[in-house]
Design a protein around this ligand. Structure first.
Ligand code: 2NM
Length: 336
């Protein structure tokens, strides 16, 4: 029996496999339930007790050696499986447990729409200095947003950003036009949490600066966005508004997606719902970023992802987005 084991040990050590089939052949011959090693373990019962120790050790050595050899073939099988799944379109689709957060689904959709218009994505820090979050954006020294009541300050000069416009300032400072970017990200406001307000939320802001960019360009981009997002029958309207960083400024409504203008609770029976703010970038902001407002002009806009998601999916409480309740989250499905 010792001789038999030695022979097999030799065979095992010499064996090499170059394909998954050869590896399987190896497993069947040596390591399967009816394989050589299993048979030897059965025979081991008949070995005289004074030899059991020596033969047992040898037999274990063979088993370990065969197992290690088989393990070394594993990558062959995996490589084969990978090539198969890359090429074989009849294999079942990979299925995932879990899914995307609704805000993530909508963020991706928004970025996709602006991506098709040539906007690229930029991001920046959530902890901002006073210059990028306020001063460069033309906020006067006594503006209420600069108050502790409205903004989370870390110290006198540093705060949690209250909008992603701070990223636009960073990009404009570094890049001469044309600039066409969208900035997704989390922003913070010092507010009591309720169904309609939260101390943090998510924004996508956009910015387009070049020679000859007009208010009409902005209107058309925002109309395209609204129809891609809410359907081709969607209408928009602009109402005059005020932001420190744009002039003129406007708020944009879309025709109510729920009642299509007939009047319902979501649009408070007006037929319109507000979805974003926008305007022509104030020349003072361009100057602050060392861009000549006599040569360049631009438009900018900002929207809350929560608001778009609530409209699109009929969610009525902001708090649901940050409570991680699976009963809520599992209702949202998306393709990758
Ligand atoms: C809004 C509304 C209107 C805006 C302006 C700028 C910048 F940096 F270019 F001046 N970024 N974002 C903007 C304009 C944001 O959010 C409601």
């Amino acid at each position: 029996m010792k001789d038999k084991i030695e022979t097999l040990l030799n065979e095992v050590e010499k064996f090499s496999a170059t394909s998954a089939e050869q590896a399987e052949h190896f497993r069947l011959k040596y390591l399967s339930r009816k394989g050589e090693i299993s048979i030897l373990f059965d025979e081991f019962k008949t070995v005289p007790s004074e030899m059991k120790r020596e033969v047992g050790q040898l037999l274990n050595k063979l088993k370990i050696s065969a197992q290690e050899k088989l393990d070394s073939f594993k990558s062959l099988g995996e490589a084969a499986a990978e090539t198969a799944s890359a090429n074989d379109l009849t294999l079942p689709a990979v299925s995932f447990t879990g899914g995307r957060h609704p805000l993530n689904i909508v963020r991706k959709e928004i970025l996709g729409i602006f991506g098709r218009l040539g906007f690229t994505v930029a991001d920046g820090p959530e902890i901002e200095d006073d210059w990028h979050n306020f001063s460069a954006l033309n906020f006067p020294e006594e503006h209420p947003a600069r108050d502790m009541q409205d903004t989370f300050f870390i110290d006198k000069e540093v705060a949690l950003r209250t909008h992603t416009s701070s990223v636009q300032v960073r990009v404009l400072e570094k890049t001469q036009p044309p600039v066409r970017i969208v900035m997704p990200g989390r922003v913070y406001r010092n507010e009591a949490v309720s169904a309609r307000a939260h101390c943090f939320f998510h924004q996508v802001e956009g910015l387009y600066v070049d020679k000859g960019v007009s208010f009409a360009d902005m209107k058309q981009v925002l109309l395209y966005f609204s129809r891609e997002m809410f359907g081709e029958k969607t209408e928009i309207r602009l109402r005059p508004s005020y932001f420190p960083f744009t002039e003129p400024s406007a708020e944009m409504d879309i025709s109510c997606t729920i009642c299509h203008g007939k009047g319902c609770a979501v649009c408070k029976h007006s037929g319109w719902v507000e979805i974003l703010g926008c305007g022509m970038v104030d020349p003072a902001v361009l100057k602050n970023c060392r861009i000549d407002p006599d040569i360049y002009s631009g438009f900018a806009f900002g929207m809350g992802i929560e608001r778009i998601t609530m409209l699109k999916f009929g969610v009525n409480d902001l708090r649901l987005f940050s409570e991680n309740d699976v009963r809520f989250l599992s209702q949202f499905k998306s393709a990758l």
